[in-house]
Design a protein around this ligand. Sequence first.
Ligand code: PLP
Length: 396
Amino acid sequence: MSVILPNLPAASVRVSEIVNKLPEREQIESAAALHGTPVMLLDCDVIRSQYRALRQALPEAAAHFALKPLPHPAVVKTLLQEGANFDLATNGEVDLVRAAGVSGKRTIHTHPIKRDSDIRHALEYGCTVFVIDNFNELEKFSKYRDQAELLIRLSFRNADAYSDLSKKFGCSPDGALELIQQAYQLGIRIKGLSFHVGSQTADPQKYVTAIQTCGDVFRRVSELGLPKLSTLDIGGGFPVHYIDKVMSIGEFCVPIRQALAEFPESVDVISEPGRFIVAPAIISVASVMGQAERDGKTWYYLDDGLYGSYSGMIYDHAVYPVEALHTEGELYPSVLAGPTCDSIDVISEDIMLPKLKNGDLVIGRMMGAYTAASASEFNFFPKAKIVVLNEPSDLL
Ligand SMILES: *Cc1c(COP(=O)(O)O)cnc(C)c1O
C-alpha cells in the first residue's frame, strides 16, 4: 500500500551511526554537504526525551501524540516503541500510522467534523473513538452505534495561545449535556469529554478551569441518571521554549494534576500532545544564496523561508531562535529573507549576524512543530529534505 504524505518533503533519509555520534555542528555541516540545503535534522532521541518528560510530569494521562504538527513516519515509529498512543484527524494520518504498524486500538480520531467516508476509513483501520461537538455530527454515528464511541469536545477560548483551538470547534457545557441526552436516545455511546485549551498555552490555569468545568458536566450526567462518562481528554497545548521562557513541563503539570485528582480513579485521563513532543526535535539548515546592502543593513537571502520550513511564522505565529552556524566575528544588524519573490517572505527584519559569505549556513532551532507540515513549494523552491538522526530500527 502506498502512503500519501502530501505535506512532507519528497525525500527523507536516515543517516549512518557515525553521523549520529558527531557533535551538532559537524552533523549540520555533513548533512548540508551530503544532502544540500534546505535540510532539516530530525533527532529521534529528542522525541524520546520529550515523550518521557511529559509522561513523567503527567503520569495519570496516557499521551496520544497528535500527528498534525509533524506527520513523519520516524516520529511515529519512535513513539510507538516508547509505548505512545496516537491522535488522528485525517485519512492521511490514518494511513501513516497504519503503515508504521500502529494498532487501531492505540488511536483516537479527534477531528470534530468528518465525512461519512472519513468515519468509515478510520473504522476499517480499527480506530473506534471519535470526537463530535454538534448534533449534525452525532447523527452521522447512528449507523455506527455498535462500533464507535464518542468524546464530546468542549470549547474554552484562549486569546493568549499561538493558536486558539476553541474558536472553530467545541460546544458549551450545556450543549454537551444536550448532546449526551440526544446520544442516549439514539443509542450512541458517549465515552467522555475532550477539549483543547489552545496550542502553546503558557498558563496551566487554562487546563485547570477546563478540567473543573468538565468535572461539573461529569456530575450532571450522573445526576440525570445517564450512563457514566469514563474518559477525560485534556488535549494538547503543552508549551515549549522558543524565545520567551516557559515553565518546565514538571512545574506546568502540577496544577493540572491537582485538578485531575478531583476525578474518581475509574476515569481514564488522556492527553493529545503535539508541539511539545516534536518542536525541539528539528534543526533547520538553510544556505545564503545572495546578499545586498539596503538601508544600512545587510540582507541575506536564504534558500528557505516563510513559504518553506518557516511557514509556522505565518500559520502558527511562532518565532524561532535563528543563528548563523559559525558565530565568530563582529556582529552587524542584518535581515534574513527567504528565497521567493514575495516581500512578505522575510524571516527576521532585525537580527545581529556576523558577516556571512554566500553558501554559509543559517540554522533555526525548535523547528519540529508546524513547520515542514505546512511548508509549500511556492515559486518552485523545494521543501527542505528531512534527515533522520537516531531513528529506531525497524526490528521492534
Ligand atoms: C493540533 C491538535 C493537537 C495538538 O496540539 P499541540 O498544541 O500541538 O499540542 C491536539 N489535539 C487536537 C484536536 C488538535 O487539533
